[in-house]
Design a protein around this ligand. Structure first.
Ligand code: BES
Ligand code: MN
Ligand code: ZN
Length: 503
């Protein structure tokens, strides 16, 4: 898709289709009003005849509107003007894109981006429009032998802004939106790929490919190197599988000698539960257990495309969790890279076992902060549903920053407690800790487990078990939390570097 930004009168656009909004009940948005005036009240007349009320989700496609240069005018219902907020704006864009893709024109000029959304500026409107447009057009059909192709798909989109002095800001936001969408789409593709294709080795190859395309640095540690480093907790998860584990490190060097932001993603390419085998129903969805890893690759892609003036390290421990003759058994005790011993009471709590060694490894980068992303617990889905990602942190400032980034991206997250009181549940009779803490507060005790490996830096953990993919008939990866991470990195990159002390 080709995108551009424009400022100009809607009736003068030479385009296959100009898109303008109509509020309930039949109230024309600004650009629709301009078209109506140019067309001798053509739109108003049609609406009065009852063809459209302006209800959210409704559309009306008009051809040969008098006084209008474009071939078509698409009216998009926006619902009540007073209730037109972020969600409604995104829905209106999605509706417009879906219609444009089916009308037969190759290009569309959107005036919906001029609509005011409370507390949001033109940059937000453009970024979100870009993300929503590409989200709406996203298909994962590479494994279908027959693809249902759109006859004349949309190829070019123009977003309009009201004033010429907004153009520069809008162009920048467009570039950000495109990079965010590219990262999100990469994360979706990797998530949607089945476990027999997207193996730890496949993830490592993808990381190397990404590095090559975007000038990142990639390093992949094999089992022997991991063993040498003492990553026995990570390796204990891979023992039951014929797929070799991989430890992937990607680096974006845009910040001189500044301390890096380190991102860590859970890369379980399939989670059967291991010897603590999962029940059969919906087990296919455990191919999504590498969505944390996928989001890190997506965020690294964003950082590289935007050439962010920031150092970013992406770490992905990747393994497959399978039962097998050599698999870890409940009760087995391993020594993690940190030296702490772990009694593995449930082999299905494997995410924390691979993450803890990655978190210890992260120390060597002397990080400014570390953020891990993981489809870690079913309990987080029970707590927050499929709307918010869970945020846990040993640094409230960092948690706040991530939550704000999520708000800015409409990829929302919610702060969960990480009080010491919960740590007791991880007590083991035979090792320094157990890898499970019982049913109560399951997402919190999982985060508590991770926190024991993060004492040396500022750290946050994002539990994306409820937000990384959709189940049911719309089954598919969401690409979350790439937009959140992208906003977070953007914010970090624009921070004024701490002034050196004079002396
Ligand atoms: N990958 C799962 C978490 C998960 C389950 C995410 C369902 C999304 C949907 C994780 O490895 C897991 O199995 N966690 C266990 C932990 C338990 C054994 C303490 C869980 O949540 O049941
Ligand atoms: Mn599991
Ligand atoms: Zn898992």
């Amino acid at each position: 898709m080709e995108f551009s930004i424009k400022s100009g009168s809607p009736e003068k656009q030479r385009s296959a289709c100009v898109v303008v909004g109509v509020f309930e009940s039949r109230k024309l948005s600004g650009p629709a009003e301009i078209i109506d005036d140019a067309a001798g009240q053509f739109l108003g007349d049609i609406l009065r005849r009852g063809d459209m009320e302006g209800k959210a989700g409704s559309t009306l496609l008009l051809h040969n509107v008098p006084g209008v240069e474009a071939d078509r005018v698409l009216l998009v219902g926006l619902g009540k003007e007073r209730e037109f907020h972020e969600k409604e704006y995104r829905a209106a864009i999605a509706t417009a894109i879906r219609q444009l893709n089916e009308t037969g024109g190759f290009d569309g000029t959107l005036y919906l981006t001029e609509l005011g959304v409370r507390k949001r500026d033109v940059a937000w409107n453009i970024r979100q429009a870009t993300l929503v447009a590409l989200e709406t057009l996203y298909r994962f059909d590479r494994l279908k032998s027959k693809k249902d192709d759109v006859r004349r798909p949309l190829r070019k989109l123009t977003f309009c802004v009201t004033r010429r002095n907004e153009l520069a800001k809008a162009e920048k936001a467009l570039a950000e939106g495109i990079a965010m969408a590219a990262g999100t789409s990469l994360a979706k593709d990797l998530g949607n790929l089945p476990g027999n294709i997207c193996t730890p080795t496949y993830l490592a190859d993808e990381a190397r490919k990404l590095a090559k395309e975007h000038g990142l640095q990639a390093e992949v540690l094999d089992r022997e190197k991991m063993a040498k480093l003492g990553m026995n907790s990570l390796l204990s998860v891979a023992r039951g599988s014929d797929e070799v584990p991989q430890f992937i490190v990607l680096r974006h060097k845009g910040g001189g000698n500044g301390k890096p932001v380190v991102l860590v993603g859970k890369g379980i390419t399939f989670d059967t539960g291991g010897i603590s085998l999962k029940p059969g129903a919906e087990m296919d969805e455990m191919k999504y257990d590498m969505c944390g890893a996928a989001s890190i690759l997506g965020a690294m892609k964003f950082a590289a495309m935007m050439e962010l003036p920031l150092n970013v390290v992406g770490i992905v421990p990747a393994a497959e969790n399978m039962p097998g003759g050599a698999a870890t058994k409940p009760g087995d005790i391993v020594t993690s890279m940190s030296g702490q011993t772990i009694e593995i009471l449930n082999t299905d709590a494997e995410g924390r076992l691979i993450l803890c060694d990655a978190l210890t490894y992260a120390e060597r980068f002397d990080p400014e902060c570390v953020v891990d992303v993981a489809t870690l617990t079913g309990a987080c889905v029970i707590a927050l549903g499929h709307v918010a990602t869970g945020v846990f942190a040993n640094d409230d400032g960092l948690a706040k920053e991530l939550i704000e980034a999520g708000q800015g991206a409409h990829d929302r997250a919610w702060h969960m407690p990480l009080w010491d009181d919960y740590q007791e549940q991880l007590k083991s009779n035979f090792a320094d800790m157990a890898n499970i803490g019982g049913r109560a507060g399951g997402s919190i005790t999982a985060a508590c487990f991770l926190s024991r490996f993060t004492h040396k830096y500022s750290w946050a953990h994002l539990d994306i078990a409820g937000t990384a993919w959709r189940s049911g008939k719309d089954k598919g990866s969401t690409g979350r939390p790439v937009p959140l991470l992208a906003h977070f990195l953007m914010q970090r990159a624009s921070r004024v570097p701490k002034r050196k002390k004079r002396g």
